[in-house]
Write a protein that binds this ligand. Structure first.
Ligand code: NAD
Length: 339
């Protein structure tokens, strides 16, 4: 049984905690929060032991009538692995805490690659985190996860000569009231290429990829407009068959009549997905086109949840508890990944 602590209980942390609880080979030791807000209340109602992320703020929980199981040091001490889901940059500051208790830790995509020993994507480089020397790994961002899942099979089957991706990025998550834009379309970053391509290169060091980013007034999902020049020219059917085999790629069927991210999310909610989460890349089957050596397609990425199965696999990888196939299959089965 792998003992897992979650530090930072926001968008990603709460989903990681639920996903860990769904794995029979893992035990959720508890979750750490900075303040006694509605998310703390929800964690308690779910029966998750709650730890104060900032010990000086423990009293605020008591005053709010919320019982604590302890402070962050207790959580780290008891855990085999801590999944750090704190905001970008805080994870780096927490690294020393994990080192103090010799506890392995997983960070999220908001941290720089040089904070960790390995950047991780289950489909593309599971074994990178299995080495005994790897104490700290980073589950790459939602966009990099989505691109890695797509590039891995394409490169293996047809060889990727050059990938060019336009990322149409949601302005913020649904609960982020302070994010934007609310009525604008922003080149973001305005410099070309964007930082996303180099992040994909932390997973595929030799991949030739350029990315550009645009931020729009939406909260539901990101949309990637993908153009890949391939070494071997497949038919559209070859590409569809290849992608169909991948459990974390959902080929949106032509007959479904799903016209955008709103209906994708509606479909997720209608099918009973927790929080309306879409763990899979959602690739419009009809968009898959081959023009000469170039493949084109559109895929949507649910930023709040596509990294969740990856975090579960990264827990097994960094503790060397299972190989890639075994872990991905268990994660998919236990969560219900695969639409
Ligand atoms: P979030 O703001 O929703 O959640 C972060 C939580 O950490 C909040 O509850 C916050 O109160 C808490 N926190 C702040 N300081 C803390 C501290 N010192 N110790 C413990 N907890 C602390 O953020 P998020 O969206 O869940 O992002 C977390 C990480 O995941 C970031 O690295 C981010 O880049 C990455 N990520 C986010 C998304 C996304 O779309 N939301 C997708 C993929 C990866």
């Amino acid at each position: 049984m792998i003992k897992v602590g979650v530090n930072g209980y926001g968008t990603i942390g709460k989903r990681v905690a639920d996903a860990v609880r769904a794995q029979p080979d893992m035990k959720l030791v508890g979750v750490a929060k900075t303040r006694p807000n509605y998310e703390a209340e929800a964690a308690v109602r779910k029966g998750y032991p709650l730890y104060a992320a900032i010990p000086e703020k423990s009293d605020a929980f008591r005053q709010a009538g919320i019982d604590l199981a302890g402070e962050i040091d207790d959580l780290v001490m008891q855990s085999d692995v801590v999944v750090d889901c704190t905001p970008s940059g805080i994870g780096e500051q927490n690294r020393e805490l994990y080192e103090r208790y010799d506890t392995r830790a997983l960070f999220q995509g908001g941290e720089d690659a040089d904070v960790v020993d390995a950047s991780f994507n289950a489909r593309a480089n599971y074994d990178s985190a299995r080495d005994d020397d790897v104490r700290f790994a980073r589950v790459v961002s939602c966009n990099t996860t989505g691109l890695s899942r797509l590039m891995a099979p394409l490169d293996e089957a047809f060889g990727v000569e050059k990938a060019r991706i336009t990322l149409i990025r949601r302005g913020g998550d649904p609960a982020d009231a302070s994010r934007g834009p609310i009525n604008d379309i922003l080149p973001d970053p305005v410099t070309v290429p964007s930082h996303h391509g180099p992040d994909v290169n932390t997973i595929f060091p030799d991949l030739n990829i350029d990315t550009v980013g645009v931020k729009v007034p939406a909260t539901l999902m990101h949309l990637h407009s993908v153009n890949v020049t391939l070494s071997e020219t497949p038919t559209v059917e070859d590409v569809r068959d290849l992608l169909h085999e991948e459990s974390r790629l959902f080929l949106v069927p032509d007959v479904a009549g799903i016209d955008g991210t709103g209906q994708l999310k509606e479909f997720a909610m209608d099918t009973g997905r927790p929080r309306g989460d879409l763990w899979e890349n959602c690739i419009w089957g009809e968009s898959i086109s081959v023009e000469g050596d170039d493949l084109y397609l559109f895929q949507s990425i649910h930023q709040e949840s596509d990294v969740i199965p990856e975090n579960v696999d990264a827990i097994r990888a960094i503790t060397d508890a299972a190989d890639q196939r075994e872990s991905m299959r268990a994660t998919d089965e236990n969560l219900g990944v695969g639409l």
